[in-house]
Design a protein around this ligand. Structure first.
Ligand SMILES: Nc1ncnc2c1ncn2[C@@H]1O[C@H](COP(=O)(O)OP(=O)(O)OP(=O)(O)O)[C@@H](O)[C@H]1O
Ligand SMILES: [Mg+2]
Length: 251
């Protein structure tokens, strides 16, 4: 993966980078073809972005310890004199045959994880008994993409086994790198290179915010300080060393 130059500076070997980045092609194919896929990797690399493109109008939900089964499944709400049942994100995705993106699935409470065991069952056995007495079976098109920053080892084994594929995405997605390069030639490469050493990896969201600020006429030093804090000097030096010319700015 790593190559050394005379200056001991390590850079991606472009063909090896293409090899690592190709996991995104696999991930895209898996999400398109399979019904239950688990994507994991560092923050900001584009997992949710990919999942959200798996079908038209996906239903996204970010799980947390205090999120309840009722919030996911649906609940009764008073409406003047009557009570109405409001579908939750899971029952809506079930009923409408949409892609359900479960972000940070490992952070769900024990009871939500138990509930998800049924949601992630095979289509022919999965059914959802709603508190209003309805029994929902997943409509054509329903699929689940789970995302997480931590390895699937952290998942409950029964939940883990319900996913048909688990894909590690350790580097930013290629289209994100290309998009950055389109906005500022060399910036995407600088982001990609930073993943050579996971400890030094730049957060893609911050790099995106940096270029947004620079394009909004914020001087690069200030933009880098605002977005990358103590890593700003190294980041700017790396851009300069790579000959990156920021739009509307001088170093
Ligand atoms: N191909 C892309 N083109 C343009 N923007 C992108 C692309 N991929 C991701 N992004 C943007 O990058 C940001 C981070 O992407 P995303 O939220 O998918 O990351 P993530 O891997 O799910 O991160 P986390 O683990 O923190 O949830 C988002 O603002 C997203 O819109
Ligand atoms: Mg995400």
């Amino acid at each position: 993966m790593k190559t050394s130059t005379n200056s001991q500076k390590q850079q991606w070997n472009s063909s090896e980078w293409a090899g690592v980045a190709s996991v995104w092609v696999l991930a895209e194919a898996a999400v398109a073809k399979l019904s239950r896929v688990f994507l994991w990797g560092p923050p900001g690399v584009g997992k949710s972005y990919l999942a959200s493109r798996a079908g038209s109008s996906p239903v996204q939900v970010t799980l947390a310890e205090d999120l309840t089964v009722q919030e996911l499944m649906g609940h009764w709400v008073p409406d003047r004199v009557e009570w109405h049942f409001h579908l939750g994100p899971v029952s809506r995705a079930y009923q409408e045959g949409r892609v359900l993106v479960l972000n940070e699935i490992g952070r769900a409470s024990g009871s939500v994880q138990d509930f998800l065991l049924g949601v992630l069952d095979d289509r022919d056995v999965a059914s959802l008994a709603l508190p209003n007495g309805e029994l929902l079976t997943p409509a054509e098109g329903f699929k689940v993409v789970g995302t997480s920053n931590s390895s699937p080892d952290q998942l409950d084994p029964a939940l883990r086994s319900r996913f048909e594929a688990e894909i590690h995405l350790p580097v930013p997605n290629v289209t994100l790198v290309e998009e950055l390069d389109r906005r500022c030639q060399g910036l995407g490469g600088a982001l990609a290179d930073s993943y050579l050493d996971p400890e030094r990896a730049l957060d893609p969201r911050r790099v995106m915010s940096f270029i947004n600020l620079v394009c909004d006429a914020v001087p690069s030093r200030q933009a880098a300080l605002l977005t990358l804090a103590e890593r700003a000097p190294d980041f700017l030096a790396a851009l300069q060393a790579r000959g990156v010319r920021l739009p509307c700015d001088t170093f």
